[in-house]
Every structure is written in structure tokens, then in C-alpha cells.
Design a protein around this ligand. Sequence first.
Ligand SMILES: *[C@@H]1O[C@H](CO)[C@@H](O)[C@H](O)[C@H]1NC(C)=O
Ligand SMILES: *[C@@H]1O[C@H](CO)[C@@H](O)[C@H](O)[C@H]1NC(C)=O
Length: 177
Amino acid sequence: MGLFTLLSILSLSSSVLAAPRKNQDKHLTATAIVNTPDNTSSAFECWQLTTPFDAATLDGTVAGAMNLGLADVTKVNYVVRPPHEDYGLHNAPNAQIVVYLSGSINITVPTVPEQQSVILGGGHGLFFAMDTEGEGHYATYPSDEQTIGLMIPLKDGKAPEHVVLDDKPCGTTSSIV
Ligand SMILES: *[C@@H]1O[C@H](CO)[C@@H](O)[C@H](O)[C@H]1NC(C)=O
Ligand SMILES: *[C@@H]1O[C@H](CO)[C@@H](O)[C@H](O)[C@H]1NC(C)=O
């Protein structure tokens, strides 16, 4: 075996092996709006998904690319909210993933009015709306621009496996930890 071949094999195997190792411990965290245990109202939780990111399986990705098989879903609704809309108190129509791409949403729950979750549109604008029972949550769209988002109902209303890090929102964005 020539030196060149050996070096090629070493560098190939280290890049193949290194990528999954590097991303193995990375998890998505995101705010969830859930039913209270008695199903009469809504509450916030901060979720960390159990399934970690893995090396991307997409063609042509470079080191550091990551992929997460997030959930099984049924369809995608593309929603446009006008600036400064006040949606009032409502339930999640389906247990769903919501991803805001622009603008922002300010969510509050009647049970803990001092908690508010302002989620900024963009690459980290993902949260889970799971409160299909009870009185629901308030949503306003404080941005001067349209708040555009994807509403993605979960298959059978089933949340991806997760641990609850806290009984309050995670912050203004979803994040990778
Ligand atoms: C709340 O709703 C869930 C799902 O519909 C149900 O499994 C659970 O038993 C309900 N809890 C109470 C206290 O009614
Ligand atoms: C979010 O909504 C709550 C309740 O209406 C309000 O008190 C708070 O000021 C709002 N925050 C932002 C950033 O709009």
C-alpha cells in the first residue's frame, strides 16, 4: 500500500468518523406551549429534544453540517399575520410545530401572566404549540412587518421525544445546545 493511499484512507476515515462524533451531543431546545395537567389552561415548558443532531445525510455537505429528523408531520400551512395583529385567547388548532420566518410573536398564558414568550422570526423561530385543550394562550404580533410562519401539525398529535428543562419558555429563539 503506497503512502498516498494510506493517507487517503486515514483522512477519509477520520472525516467520516469525526462528523457524527462532533454533532452527537447537539440537541435542539425550543419553547412549548402545553396543556396544564388538568387540561383547563395552558402553560410554558422549555423542551430539549431527546434525539441528537447527526451528520447531515444530504449530498455534498461539508464538515459541520447537521441534520435532525425532527418529527413525523401531516401537512404544512403557510400563514401570514399582518403587523400588530392581536389574536386574543385561543387554543392550538392542532398539536403542531410552528416556525416563524419573519416578524415576531408574543405569547402569554392566563395561568402565569408574568411569563411571556417573545419568539423572533428567523432561523431559530421554532416552537411547539401543543395546547389543544382548555382556555388556550394569547398571541400578539408586535412587529412592524408581517409575521410569516409555517404551521406544521404533528402526526397523530404526537410530540417528538423530549425532556422538560424548565417550566417556562426557553428564550426568544430555539437553539442548538
Ligand atoms: C388531559 O388530556 C389528555 C389528552 O386528551 C388526557 O389523556 C388526560 O387524561 C387529560 N387529563 C385530565 C386530568 O383530564
Ligand atoms: C407581550 O404581551 C404581554 C401581555 O399582553 C405584555 O405585557 C408585554 O409587554 C408584551 N411584550 C412585548 C415585547 O410586546
